[in-house]
Design a protein around this ligand. Structure first.
Ligand code: GDD
Ligand code: MN
Length: 381
C-alpha cells in the first residue's frame, strides 16, 4: 500500500488497535510462494476468536515467497517474518521462530496445508487446561491417517517412527510429526539441548526436554500438498540418522564428526576399489595406482561431506566448490602426513603394537581433517 503523503501515513484512522497474542504460530517456509496466503487465511478461519500471531521463518526462498509474505504482513498486523540468509534447515528455522515469540503457547505447522489447522483449537484447549505440555497432531492415532500416501512412503515413515522410539523419552505414536502445540515453559526446558539436526524438531524437543513432557495426540488426516513441492529427499534419511546418533551419543561424539568419519570409512572402500581395478589393469605402477586411488577417495569424500555432513552449509557454484575441494585436499594431505608420522613414531619409538599405532594414526588424522576442514572448507559465514 502506498500513501499519498505523510499526513495520510500517520492518520489515526489507520492505527489498528493491537492486542497481545496468546498463541504464536510458527511456519517454516522454503519456496512456498503459492501457499503462504492460503495458510494464513486458513488459520484466520480456524482460529477465529483466538488472539494469535503468525511468524514465518523463511530461508531466503528463491521463488518470491518473501514478497508474498511481506505483502500479507503489510495488511495484517498478526503476520511477521524472520528472513534467514545463508542458512538452511527446518529444525533450526522452527526453533529460531519459536525463540522470537513471547506468547504462552506456540504452535508449529507446515506452510503447505498438509497439516489440518482445524484441530489447533482442540490442541490449544488441551495444553491450556494443563492436561499436557504438548499436543501433537498425529497421523497414527485413531481417527488420524496418512491421506493417500503411497506404500513406499508409508513404509519409510513407519520404519523411521520405530527408530524414533530409541530416543523419544515419551511414548508417541507420531514422533515424526511436524505439527504440534507446546507451552512456553516446556519448550524452554528443551531448547538448550536441541540437536538442531535435520527435520524432526518435535522428536528433538521430546528427546531433549527435562523433565519428560506430558503429551497428548490429536488425530488428523494428512492432506495433499496444495502447491509447490516437498523439500524432503533421500538425504533427509541421513540427517535423521544423525539426529538419532546425536541424541544417543552426542555427549561423547558430535554427530557431525560421526558423519564425517563414517564417510571417511566409505572413502576407504572407494580407495580399495579404485586401487584394485588399477592394479588389475596392469598398466600402472603401484605408486601411481595408490596415488590415483587416494585422490579419487578424497574427491569422493569431499562431495559426500558437502552433501551430507555439511548440508546446511553446502558449497554451491563452480568457484565455491573448487575452492572447497582444493582446501579439502590440502587439509587431508596434511592429515595423512600426521597420521603416518604419529603411527610411525608410536610403532618404532614408543613400541606400541602395530594395530594400536595404526588406529592412533587414523584417529589423529580424522580429528585433524574434521577440525581443519570445518574451519577452511566449510567455515561458517
Ligand atoms: N525455513 C525453512 N528451511 N523451511 C523449510 C526448509 C528449510 O530448510 N525445508 C522445508 N521447509 C518448510 C517447507 O516450506 C514446509 O512449509 C515445511 O517446512 C515442511 O516441508 P515439506 O517439504 O513439505 O515436508 P514434508 O511434507 O515432506 O514433511 C512434513 O510433514 C511430515 C509429517 O508431519 C514435515 O513437517 C515433516 O517433518 C513431518 O514428518
Ligand atoms: Mn509437506
Amino acid at each position: 500500500m502506498a500513501f499519498q503523503n505523510l499526513a495520510e501515513a500517520f492518520s489515526p484512522a489507520r492505527v489498528t488497535p493491537l492486542s497481545v497474542p496468546i498463541l504464536s504460530v510458527v511456519i517454516p517456509t522454503f519456496n512456498e510462494r503459492d501457499n503462504v496466503a492460503r495458510i494464513s487465511e486458513a488459520l484466520e478461519k480456524a482460529l477465529a476468536g483466538v488472539e494469535f500471531e503468525i511468524v514465518f521463518v523463511d530461508d531466503d526462498s528463491t521463488d518470491g515467497t518473501l514478497d508474498r509474505i511481506a505483502g500479507l504482513a503489510r495488511r495484517n498486523p498478526r503476520i511477521r517474518v524472520i528472513h534467514r540468509i545463508g542458512r538452511r534447515g527446518l529444525s533450526t528455522a522452527v526453533s529460531e521462530g519459536m525463540l522470537s515469540t513471547t506468547s504462552p503457547y506456540i504452535c508449529v505447522i507446515d506452510a503447505d496445508l498438509q497439516h489440518d489447522e482445524r484441530i489447533i483449537p482442540q490442541m490449544l484447549r488441551l495444553v491450556m487446561a494443563g492436561d499436557a505440555d504438548i499436543a501433537v497432531g498425529s497421523r497414527y492415532t485413531d481417527g488420524g491417517g496418512l491421506g493417500n500416501w503411497d506404500r513406499k512412503r508409508a513404509a519409510i515413515s513407519g520404519t523411521a517412527t520405530r527408530l524414533a522410539k530409541l530416543i523419544a523419552k515419551a511414548p508417541l505414536k507420531d514422533p515424526m510429526s511436524g505439527f504440534f502445540l507446546i507451552s512456553r515453559p516446556a519448550f524452554y526446558s528443551a531448547v538448550r539441548d536441541l540437536s538442531g539436526q535435520g527435520y524432526k524438531i518435535l522428536l528433538d524437543i521430546c528427546a531433549s526436554a527435562n523433565p519428560t513432557l506430558r503429551l497428548r495426540e490429536v488425530p488428523y488426516e494428512f492432506r495433499l500438498r496444495q502447491a509447490g513441492e516437498s523439500k524432503l529427499d533421500a538425504l533427509v534419511a541421513w540427517e535423521y540418522l544423525m539426529l538419532l546418533a546425536d541424541k544417543m551419543f552426542g555427549n561423547v561424539i558430535p554427530a557431525r564428526f560421526l558423519s564425517f568419519t563414517l564417510i571417511g570409512g566409505f572413502g576407504v572402500v572407494v580407495h580399495m576399489t579404485a586401487l584394485a581395478s588399477l592394479m588389475a589393469s596392469g598398466k600402472v605402477s603401484f605408486m601411481t595406482a595408490q596415488a590415483v586411488a587416494t585422490t579419487v577417495a578424497m574427491v569422493f569424500n569431499f562431495f559426500l561431506n558437502n552433501t551430507l555432513t555439511y548440508r546446511d552449509r553446502r558449497l554451491k557454484g563452480v568457484r565455491a566448490v573448487s575452492l572447497g575441494l582444493v582446501t579439502f585436499l590440502a587439509v587431508c594431505s596434511l592429515g595423512a602426513f600426521a597420521n603416518v608420522g604419529i603411527a610411525n613414531y608410536l610403532f618404532s619409538d614408543a613400541h606400541y603394537y602395530w594395530w594400536s599405532a595404526g588406529i592412533a594414526g587414523i584417529l589423529v588424522g580424522a580429528v585433524w581433517n574434521y577440525a581443519a576442514t570445518s574451519i577452511f572448507t566449510w567455515r561458517l559465514k
